[in-house]
Design a binder for this molecule. Structure first.
Ligand code: SAM
Length: 245
């Protein structure tokens, strides 16, 4: 196991995460479809629907751990082209795939692709109407720092939304899900991406992440109010919401 509590443990975790996403970047979108049987699209749609991006010009969002752009593209489209945003990620390989996709979709004018760390955003206080993070926060070594940064960069009245794997709360589904994650995902990762170890790491990181209630508590500790969550597909994933008031 990795000792994330120490400085070297944290750095080791981040280095490992960086290596994983550098290796999977070119296959990332295909692998998402295979491993979630297409469900990640439905979950991402649900997140952006709950966000209900404004169509007011000048409405700004920050999509952290934004990778290849899936959330940012949906937000710009839902705002009918009004929203402007930044896709921030620690990994240049993921961002490069994202920037190319944005260009192809004609969305590049609304989006900036920025290399950065969720734990230390290097962006001004009170500057975004929404902060989104999808399947990203469990990769960040110090979740509390990432949440504090989310709170800091949001404008008063701004919205925090996080989509992440969570705890399954249906008796039969949890057995199926265990089989899927411990057997199928590493096997697909080995066969398609030729990288079983990265996908074993992915499954491990999902199991270590706090459940719905514990994550809600962490979001409140960062200062957010009206914190709630919605389960998706029996809790395989959940969306957490909070407001900076
Ligand atoms: N949000 C995208 C999506 O839903 O398709 C990408 C999610 S991908 C599973 C996780 C992303 O988190 C990777 O692109 C990775 O580089 C990024 N990441 C990991 N650690 C990070 C950190 N400390 N700060 C910012 N991004 C990070």
């Amino acid at each position: 196991s990795y000792g994330f509590e120490t400085v070297s443990g944290r750095e080791e975790k981040q280095a490992r995460v960086n290596e994983v996403f550098h290796r999977v970047a070119s296959n990332y979108d295909l692998m998402n479809d295979l491993m979630s049987a297409g469900l990640h699209r439905v979950w991402k749609d649900a997140m952006v629907q709950w966000l209900a991006p404004s169509r007011r010009p000048g409405w700004r969002f920050l999509d952290v751990a934004g990778g290849t752009g899936d959330i940012a593209f949906r937000i710009v489209e839902a705002s009918r082209g009004a929203a402007e945003g930044a896709v921030l990620d620690i990994n240049a390989s993921m961002l490069q795939v994202g920037a190319e996709r944005a260009e192809k979709r004609g969305l590049a004018g609304n989006l900036a692709f920025v290399e950065g760390n969720a734990e230390d955003l290097k962006l001004p206080d009170d500057s975004f109407d929404a902060y989104t993070i999808a399947f990203g926060i469990r990769n960040v070594p110090r979740i509390d720092l990432a949440l504090a940064e989310a709170y800091r960069v949001l404008k008063p009245g701004g919205r925090f939304l996080c989509l992440e794997f969570s705890e399954v709360d249906l008796p039969v589904l949890d057995k199926v899900y265990d089989l899927w994650s411990f057997k199928a995902i590493p096997a697909i990762g080995g066969a398609v991406a030729k990288d079983r170890a990265s996908y074993e790491y992915l499954v491990e990181s999902i199991r270590r992440f706090p459940n719905q209630m514990n994550f809600e508590a962490a979001i409140r500790r960062a200062g957010f109010e009206r914190v709630t969550h919605r389960n998706l597909t029996g809790g395989i994933a959940a969306i957490h919401s909070g407001w900076k008031l």
